[in-house]
Design a binder for this molecule. Structure first.
Ligand code: A3P
Ligand code: MG
Length: 381
């Protein structure tokens, strides 16, 4: 297949180095090591034909056109468990950090800047948590994962891939991403492939050089969560409290993409507080903030760029709706809108040259086939 086209490892390596400087991921660094995987945007840009590529280094193209085929099988995700991280980022094998959505007014006037100076505890994002929390959950819940076919003596997990939902979101959006590269590490252990992200140099530079405005705007999204979430089904949000971004409630879901059995976890903002709401993940609500929309061009940009990320993030774990707060330049939420994930493909149909869900899912599926093919050595170390 095209995406498994041979690729010259030496010239590819040199291009890596120069492209890295321009903050762009490309081909596969070293196929024998099968550790660090980067998307091959170079191939996309070079327009080289398969005949021009010398044999030896397999690669996977990110060209959109290659993935425009029927939507692959994606089984309804099933929640197999959940966990919580407390204010000190400690793991708990329960739902203590679950929050309950309280529908705001259509024009709520939430001040997202409130509390930034003084009532904000920011998670230390230089700490590399890797897959640790998911692995803790797996160790504590082995019995829930073992299929009837799995005997007590066989310690293999009944899944092909274990990863974070956020890593999968990045894979889904890769055919449309022209700015942010990524680097994923993979290891095969007892037949299961574990995929974890490694921060790129470009991402680290960006993290180290954030402007004060950017730092504050990162707070706004969490502050919006505080305005719209209560700690109990029958209490109200408390915007006078502290925003602590160490705290998280995470769902763990199992599903299948084509012939890849997946187990992944993702943070969930809140759930429907109605006790008769459908079972998780169908009762979950994703919260988002975005700049206020004043022109048709801005609406179109929301559809073309933001909805891609919102759709990918929520579609993966089966979260059915995104509630968005639109804010002005001073960080005041001036309006609200709900986006149903199942309706987003219709919303974007009239946008010229827009993203397509099928391209995202087919790329992810082919990426997983590629990883299975490359990471063959089962080595516990
Ligand atoms: P917004 O998405 O409303 O901007 P999530 O929506 O994924 O639950 O994330 C909650 C908030 O975390 C975001 O709210 C944003 O404020 C912050 N955040 C998440 N990922 C980020 C990123 N890559 N860069 C900057 N801020 C981020
Ligand atoms: Mg959110």
């Amino acid at each position: 297949m095209d995406q498994h086209r041979p690729h010259n490892p030496n010239s590819s390596y040199r291009r890596h180095r120069s492209e890295d400087k321009r903050e762009r991921g490309d081909g596969w660094r070293n196929p024998n090591e099968n550790k660090h995987l980067k998307p091959n945007h170079h191939q996309h840009q070079s327009g080289a034909t398969p005949e021009q590529k010398p044999l030896s280094c397999p690669s996977l193209s990110t060209r959109r056109e290659l993935y425009e085929r029927d939507f692959p099988l994606y089984k309804q995700p099933v929640e197999v468990g959940c966990f919580s991280l407390d204010a000190e980022r400690r793991f708990f094998n329960d739902s203590r950090q679950m929050r309950y959505f309280v529908e705001p007014d259509r024009n709520p006037n939430f001040d997202l800047r409130d509390g930034y100076k003084g009532r904000y505890v920011k998670r230390d994002d230089s700490v590399r948590e890797k897959l640790d929390h998911i692995l803790r959950w797996i160790v504590a819940n082995r019995s829930k994962l073992d299929s009837s076919a799995t005997t007590a003596s066989s310690r293999a997990l009944d899944v092909d891939f274990v990863t974070w939902r956020g890593h999968l979101t990045k894979l889904l959006t890769t055919p449309y991403e022209t700015r942010e590269g990524w680097l994923l590490a993979v290891t095969r252990f007892s037949g299961t492939l574990y995929i974890s992200e490694v921060e790129t140099e470009a991402a680290q530079r960006e993290r180290d050089n954030r402007t004060e405005r950017h730092e504050e705007m990162m707070y706004w999204g969490y502050k919006f969560e505080q305005y719209t979430c209560a700690d109990n089904p029958d209490s109200l949000p408390d915007p006078s409290g502290v925003v602590n971004t160490n705290e998280a409630f995470c769902t763990v879901v199992q599903t299948r993409l084509a012939d890849h059995r997946l187990l992944f976890s993702g943070e969930v903002d809140c759930r429907d507080k109605d006790p008769d709401a459908p079972a998780p993940p169908a009762c979950y609500v994703e919260l988002k903030t975005s700049a206020e929309i004043c022109t048709p061009k801005q609406r179109s940009n929301l559809h073309r760029f933001k909805l891609l990320k919102w759709w990918a993030q929520s579609f993966l774990p089966g979260v059915p709706r995104v509630v968005a707060g639109f804010r002005d330049h001073e960080g005041v939420v001036v309006s609200m809108e709900t986006f149903h994930i199942s309706k987003i493909s219709h919303l974007i149909k009239n946008e010229y040259n827009c993203w397509k869900p099928t391209v995202c899912m087919n790329f992810c599926s082919d990426f997983m086939s590629f990883v299975k093919h490359m990471a063959t050595e089962d080595n516990p170390r």
